[in-house]
Each structure stands twice: as structure tokens, then as C-alpha cells.
Design a protein around this ligand. Structure first.
Ligand code: MCA
Ligand code: AMP
Length: 480
């Protein structure tokens, strides 16, 4: 019996995955995943060119069924970021939909196209590895340097999905809709593996739009997942689209995560639909930590209480636990539990620094109410930006900007933005003040090396950047 996805054996012709007008039921998914798994068997790690397609979802299930660690790759990655991910994770082959032209970074690697309609006898599902075996390596940005690969064991996936099922009464009857990318935890682990573990189904929008959400919720979907930018866009669309309001009102559950949903958007959606958006709090390294429980009183601004099996504490600057529960005392969130990653791939130094005697340091600052509810109020580091739900490290962008021939000095900060939560701002000292680089030129430069979502949305030119005695740029002074 497949351990992570028992429904592959038991759910027969119940619907499993739908992307656009193509879909697979569980029997078809089992056939496609096992036929693909056979071709992955024995590989050390495999990369997935994670376009939002049925092939990507099948490829991910195949790797998990084969017990081969999967490295989902953003198909929008720029040259430098891609070269880093490929060199760092050293995949032995690449899973990609047929017809995709893979970039140079994958040259020489065998390509496996997930076969959605395999012919011939169905291979047996392979023996799955133990719970601690690595399942996924997901790249996540830090304050400095290139992204690190968080190694997630099978145990973490199982633990997080089962604790969410309990918190949300998430069952095989649920039909999930979302338009999230498949190279991060939110869209892949929660959004694809989640429904499949429950024996329910996913309808992926390909690309998020309020119209797509309206159609699917009106047509039988019961649960919506999204980042706050998506809920903001729904809130903006509601006044002119009563059918969208009706569709949202009819959903069983609306869940937001990856960044904070503003009180204003919470209230706009509740006001127009009577529905409360449930927030949950997670991280690439920890999968899900807390969630608001549906059905309780409205709690805008709260990410709820710890999920089953998760221990959570707040610590002061010296790492000492603080007496929380008064709704005011601030501390950094540390967590422990079966939902945690095991290590950063090939980075024992970074892994060690991430833990405090077995507690993972999240870097998120929060208060806790008397009932244990957590309110996130900020981040320890000003060098991490959350834009559209994507985590972006300022240092990585600064390094790329500094390589632009027209840039003498550069700093990157995040600035509040009603749509993206935070927007990336580049502070630039041009080499030649009479001929500064254009904002478009710098955005294209960053988008080409990293990914379009990391590009600066605003460029501010300065004669010099404020630095302290140590030579470090004083970002607070910049923003003030
Ligand atoms: C624009 N584009 C460019 C350039 N400028 N391409 C190349 N060079 C340029 N200079 C392209 C983009 O690639 C994109 O192309 C299109 O223009 C629009 O870009 P953008 O404005 O960035 O997109 P958007 O439509 O505003 O996206 C908003 C979004 C997106 C849909 C909400 O931000 C999104 O999908 N966010 C999800 C993030 C997420 O899943 N985070 C989870 C992390 P194209 O047409 O190709 O798209 S996991 C996590 O945080 C934890 C675990 C948790 O708690 O969940
Ligand atoms: P990532 O590294 O992309 O996995 O992003 C993880 C970070 O997203 C967390 O450390 C938080 O800062 C943020 N985050 C996730 N969910 C929420 C939420 N519901 N409210 C506020 N911040 C969140």
C-alpha cells in the first residue's frame, strides 16, 4: 500500500487532478505515476521543471512513489539562480512536460517526460523508503548568498498534511482550487500532495484569476488556497462581480497563507461574502506550524494556534523563552515537531545556525494571546522581503545589481504594497550620475539572472548610501 498516498490504491475512478481541460482519476494517476516511477528508480535526486501542468503533478507523485528526492525548479528561474540550483542539488535527471525546451543548465542530463497514458501491464508500485528518507529539496532565499535547499523528509509531509486535515476537517470529499506555482511548499505540498493524501481532488487554474476562482467554486470546488495577493485581487474584484461573491460565499473553506493578509482584505471579503478567510502560518523549512480553526470567531491578524504535534515558543533576543499569553510581549517564534525539515542540503553550518537546541529559529516576531493564538508582527531581519507570497533575500538581489556596469552601489529593501504585501525597492548609486540606468533595465537584469518575481518594482537613485562605522548599509535610514 502506498504510504503517502493510499488513495492511489483505493480511490478507483474518483477524480484526482485537473489542469485546464485535462484530468486524471486515481486509477489513471496510479498508472501514470507508477510508469514514471519505474524510470526514476535508483536516481539520487531528480529535478522537476515545475510548470503548472498535469505532467508536473504526475512527476512529483512519481518521485514520491519511487522514493527519489525531488527538486522542484521554478521554470521562470534566471540563468544564475538555475545554475546554482542545478550545481547544488546535482540531479541525475530532469522531469519535464513533453515539448518543453529546457535551458542550458540541464544540458547533458537525461529528460523524463511523465507518461500520462502508459500502455501495457501496470508496474507494481515500488517499495517506499522509511519516514526519514528525503522527499523534497525546496530552495528558499536567505538574507545573504544564493538560496539554500531545504531537505524535507517524508515524515514532515505526512505530519503536516495530517495535522491540517484535522484542523480543517479536510477530507476526500473536498475539491481544492488554486492557481499557485508548483515549485514551493504552498502550491506543491499543500496544494497538490494535500488533496491526493486525502483522496480528494485538485483543480488547478494554470494561472490565478478571480474569474477562474469564481468558475471553479461555482462549479463544485469546495476549498480555495491562495497567497494574500490573490485574496487582495479577489477583494478588489468583488464589488463589480456579484457572482464571485456568491461563489466565495458557497465555499466550505477559504485559506490564506505565505504572508499576512491585511485586516482590510479580511474585512472586505467577509463583508461581501459572509465568509472568513482562515490564515495558517508556515515556512519552507517547517511546513505548517499554526492555523486558525474554521468556524470560530473572526480573528483577522491571527495565524491561530499550533497544529497537532507542533510545539511553539517565543524567545527574547538572548534566546530565553518569554512569558507569552498577554497579547503584548514580543518574541521570536521557535518551533519543534514532526513537520520540520532535516537540513539545508550540503550546508551543515547553515543547518546548525538555524536551530537552538532542537528548536528551529523562524526569524518571525510575534505575540501570543491567552488562548495561544499567534500574531505575527514582523521579521527579525530587514533583509528578507515577502512579495506576492514569495520570500526574497535582499542580499541576493544586491549582488546581481552590483554586477550591472552602470551601478556603483546598491541596496534592496521591501516597502509596503497593497497588492504584493511588500514590493522590492532598489536604491542605486549610478556610476555616472548624468547617465543612470533605467528602472526597466535593472528589472530586466535581475529577472534574467534570478527570477522575475525578484525584480525591483521601484528604483530610487541616490548620490550615496548611508553606511555605519562597520561599512554596513543602514537600511532603516534609507527607508526613513
Ligand atoms: C514582468 N515579467 C517579466 C519581467 N517583468 N519577465 C521577465 N523580465 C521582466 N523584467 C513577467 C513575469 O514573469 C510574469 O510572467 C508576468 O510578467 C507578471 O509578473 P508579476 O507581476 O510578478 O506577477 P503577478 O501576476 O503580479 O503575480 C502575482 C501572484 C504571484 C500571482 C500572486 O506573486 C504568485 O504566484 N505568488 C505565489 C507565491 C507562492 O506560491 N509563495 C509560496 C511560498 P508570466 O506571465 O510568465 O507569469 S511557500 C511559503 O511561503 C510557505 C511555506 C507558506 O507559508 O506557504
Ligand atoms: P518561505 O520561506 O517562502 O517558506 O516563507 C515563510 C515565511 O512566510 C514565514 O517565515 C513568515 O514570515 C511568512 N508567512 C507564512 N504564512 C504567513 C501568515 N499566514 N502570516 C504572516 N506571515 C506568514
Amino acid at each position: 500500500m502506498p504510504q503517502l498516498f493510499p488513495a492511489l490504491e483505493t480511490a478507483g475512478h474518483a477524480p484526482a487532478l485537473r489542469f485546464g481541460d485535462r484530468s486524471l482519476d486515481y486509477a489513471e494517476l496510479r498508472a501514470a505515476a507508477s510508469a514514471t516511477a519505474v524510470r526514476l528508480a535508483g536516481a539520487g535526486r531528480v529535478a522537476l521543471w515545475a510548470t503548472p501542468t498535469l505532467e508536473s503533478a504526475v512527476g512529483a507523485v512519481a518521485a514520491l512513489v519511487a522514493g527519489v528526492p525531488l527538486v522542484p525548479v521554478n521554470p521562470g528561474s534566471g540563468a544564475r539562480e538555475l545554475a546554482h540550483v542545478v550545481a547544488d542539488s546535482a540531479p541525475e535527471l530532469v522531469l519535464a512536460a513533453p515539448g518543453v525546451e529546457l535551458p542550458e543548465a540541464f544540458a547533458g542530463l537525461p529528460v523524463v517526460h511523465p507518461d500520462l497514458t502508459p500502455e501495457g501491464p501496470l508496474p507494481d508500485l515500488p517499495e517506499e523508503p522509511g519516514d526519514e528518507a528525503p522527499a523534497l529539496v525546496i530552495y528558499t532565499s536567505g538574507t545573504t548568498g544564493p538560496p539554500k535547499g531545504a531537505v524535507l523528509p517524508r515524515r514532515a509531509i505526512r505530519a503536516t498534511l495530517d495535522s491540517l486535515a484535522e484542523a480543517w476537517q479536510w477530507t476526500g470529499d473536498d475539491v481544492l482550487v488554486h492557481g499557485l506555482p508548483l515549485f514551493h511548499v504552498h502550491g506543491l505540498v499543500l496544494g497538490v500532495l494535500g488533496p491526493l493524501r486525502r483522496g480528494g481532488s485538485l483543480r488547478h487554474l494554470g494561472r490565478f484569476s478571480p474569474e477562474g476562482v469564481r468558475e471553479e467554486l461555482a462549479g463544485g470546488a469546495t476549498v480555495l488556497f491562495g497567497v494574500p495577493t490573490m485574496y487582495h485581487r479577489l477583494a478588489e474584484a468583488l464589488p463589480a462581480d456579484p457572482a464571485l461573491g456568491k461563489a466565495l460565499a458557497g465555499a466550505r473553506l477559504l485559506v490564506s497563507g505565505s504572508a499576512a493578509l491585511s485586516r482590510r482584505d479580511h474585512e472586505a471579503i467577509t463583508g461581501a461574502t459572509g465568509q472568513q478567510v482562515v490564515e495558517r502560518y508556515g515556512m519552507t523549512e517547517t511546513l505548517m506550524n499554526t492555523s486558525v480553526r474554521p468556524g470560530g470567531p473572526p480573528q483577522p491578524g491571527s495565524v491561530g494556534t499550533p497544529l497537532d504535534g507542533v510545539e511553539l515558543r517565543l524567545v527574547d533576543d538572548g534566546g530565553r523563552p518569554v512569558e507569552a499569553g498577554d497579547g503584548e510581549t514580543l518574541g521570536e517564534i521557535q518551533v519543534k515537531g514532526p513537520n520540520l525539515f532535516t537540513e539545508y542540503l550540503g550546508r551543515p553550518d547553515a543547518t546548525e545556525a538555524a536551530f537552538d537546541q532542537g528548536w528551529f529559529r523562524t526569524g518571525d516576531m510575534a505575540t501570543q494571546d491567552a488562548d495561544g493564538s499567534v500574531r505575527i508582527v514582523g521579521r527579525r531581519s530587514t533583509d528578507l522581503i515577502k512579495s506576492g507570497g514569495y520570500k526574497i533575500g535582499a542580499g541576493e538581489i544586491e549582488n546581481v545589481l552590483l554586477e550591472h556596469p552602470a551601478v556603483a552601489d546598491a541596496a534592496v529593501t521591501g516597502e509596503p504594497d497593497p497588492d504584493l504585501g511588500e514590493a522590492v525597492v532598489a536604491w542605486i548609486v549610478p556610476r555616472d550620475p548624468a547617465a543612470p540606468p533605467s528602472a526597466q533595465e535593472l528589472a530586466d537584469h535581475v529577472a534574467g539572472q534570478l527570477a522575475p518575481y525578484k525584480r525591483p518594482r521601484t528604483v530610487r537613485l541616490r548620490e550615496a548610501l548611508p553606511r555605519n562605522d562597520m561599512g554596513k548599509i543602514m537600511k532603516k535610514a534609507l527607508r526613513d
